[in-house]
Design a protein around this ligand. Structure first.
Ligand code: PBG
Ligand code: ZN
Length: 329
């Protein structure tokens, strides 16, 4: 029997590597990445995070080298998380001029002035109860936390940070920080908002890394319910109206639909956070020999781009940059 004349043949465009290269819609580059660094004030040698193979807490004395390594690989930015020596009920270490993140910012900018240094701005690493703000009873008080966020952001700005990235999901956090930064003369400093952040089981390994597990309860009264989609657009729109310069969706892998919808709903550059649990799953399966790590990581990162991400915060960033460089040779 003869085949129809009009059969459509998409395979024509998949015939050779060159042809595939010509019709490829999405690509990855080291420019797409931001590498997270955990800086621990209480250690003098790096200490690997058990649930995140390849990721270590580093002492302040290693920040310069770490940032230079990131820069040498062509990655434009780092995001800093601090583990302070002392914690208290309100997380006052977060706005201490000599706090761990403030010192790390200065070290990073000294070592590599062209690297974009971002400071995660929250309180869970600084409070003795591990919640993301000031407690009243068992509740995080939104507006008291905003006042502290203003002090924290200005303190990071004074230390020389390039972007502040509030991650606590407090209502009004972008407007509050914008107002404080402007009043202190930092009207040119951008804000990257963790605008769409879900109360997620995927943050588990991070809380070991950053020593920020809540001592009671969970974060469901401030982070979003994973069941919600329209609320993601609402959060994104609010933060945009309050003056956010970048939006973020977090976690990334289980929220690809949200990444696409938030992207289509506004014109801001969008970051996605490929979080600790996503990293741990790939590393564990790769260690067992069950998946090809390089292939699966690159496919996952490319898929974030395809879904709409402009920037990817990822613990895989150094490996990805090395692989991309090797493949170019
Ligand atoms: C702090 C913060 C968290 C992450 C980034 N900033 C943890 C949390 O909200 O509990 C998670 C990052 C990761 O899992 O890799 N608010
Ligand atoms: Zn927090």
């Amino acid at each position: 029997m003869s085949l129809p004349d009009l059969i459509v043949r998409p395979r024509r465009l998949r015939k050779s590597p060159t042809m595939r290269r010509m019709v490829r819609e999405t690509s990855l580059s080291a420019n797409d990445f931001i590498y997270p660094l955990f800086v621990d004030e209480t250690i003098s040698e790096p200490r690997e995070v058990a649930s995140m193979p390849g990721v270590s807490r580093i002492p302040l004395s290693h920040v310069g080298d770490a940032v230079r390594e990131v820069a040498a690989l062509g990655i434009p930015g780092v995001i800093l998380f601090g583990i302070p020596a002392k914690k208290d009920a309100i997380g006052s270490g977060a706005w201490d001029t000599h706090g761990v993140v403030q010192q790390a910012i200065r070290e990073a900018k000294k070592a590599s002035p062209e690297t974009c240094v971002i400071a995660d701005s929250c309180f869970c690493e600084y409070t003795d109860h591990g919640h993301c703000g000031v407690l009243h009873g068992d509740e995080v008080d939104n507006d008291e936390t905003l006042a502290n966020l203003q002090k924290e952001a200005v303190s990071y700005a004074e230390a020389g940070v390039d972007i502040v990235a509030p991650s606590g999901m407090m209502d009004g956090m972008i407007a509050a920080i914008r107002t404080a930064l402007d009043a202190a003369g930092f009207e040119s400093l951008p804000i990257m908002s963790y605008a769409v952040k879900y109360a997620s089981g995927y943050f588990g390994p991070f809380r070991d890394a950053a020593d920020s597990t809540p001592s009671f309860g969970d974060r469901a009264s401030y982070q979003m319910d994973p069941a919600n989609r329209r609320e993601a657009i609402k959060e994104a729109e609010l933060d945009m109206a309050e003056g956010a310069d970048f939006l973020m969706v977090k976690p990334a892998l289980a929220y690809m639909d949200i990444i696409r919808e938030v992207k289509d709903a506004n014109l801001l550059p969008m970051a996605v956070y490929n979080v600790s649990g996503e990293y741990a799953m790939i590393k564990a399966a790769a260690e067992k020999g069950w998946i090809d790590e390089k292939r699966v990581v690159l496919e996952t990162m490319l898929s974030f781009k395809r879904a709409g991400a402009d920037l990817i915060l990822s613990y895989h960033a150094l490996d990805v940059a090395r692989w991309l460089n090797d493949d170019r040779q």
